[in-house]
Design a protein around this ligand. Sequence first.
Ligand SMILES: [Zn+2]
Length: 275
Amino acid sequence: MMWIRFIMMCMFLVTITACSSSPSPIDHDNKNAAQDETKKEEHEIHWSYSGDTGPEYWEALDSSFKACGRGMKQSPINLEDAKANKTSEADIRINYQPSSFTIKNNGHTVQADTNTDENSIVIDDKEYKLVQFHFHVPSEHQMEGKNLDMELHLVHKSEDDQLAVLGVLMKAGKENKTLAELWSKLPKEESEENILLEEEINLSSLLPQDKTAYHYNGSLTTPPCSEGVKWTVFAEPISVSQEQIDLFTSVFPDNHRPVQPWNDRDVYEVLTHEN
Ligand SMILES: [Zn+2]
């Protein structure tokens, strides 16, 4: 058995060495390592929803987060009927069907990643495929100056990397059965682990009956707050039980960005369609 012990010892030493490794003596490799390190740091800039890494400080946390403080078309916003009195000519079609998802806790929300490319929305003949959906508590968009209990964001991307998000406000009421399995597996801790949902989810059943929505140009609501995001937020909320809200809140007590100035943007009322 000595040789096994010897191999284990070698592996242990290799691990130690790898963890505290000094830069490689070859310049070329050094450069790559440095680039990798920069990429890693960019990826891991810590931001949060409170304290000195909270929304009012996002802009200062990194130069790539500038839009969070200086952007003129930021999200979320307060949606007011009186202000959104223009009717949009935009043709918004939603194509959802039962599909498989994997969920994870990314430290900012619980996100469900799609395992197919069969869910999409089409805005004025341009197709955006569903990438993921996730949740905020309380809601990010306000309705007539008030936050609702939660908000669902369905994030879609076009072939040329443009983003279009459907926002669904959620209000305490009946249990949301479509979310039952996801909620039963809600990962409590941040993790790289992807948890496969056994049952397919039909996202259509997460949309309100009334398909009237507010349509406007905004941004990501998380750093780097990039603009050019097409938002469509349904006016009617869907139901989620108080127990479901409480369970999500026990993992994320508050993961919403406060509302941002309209800055004379147009917000349109639009009737979306399901195919
Ligand atoms: Zn979101």
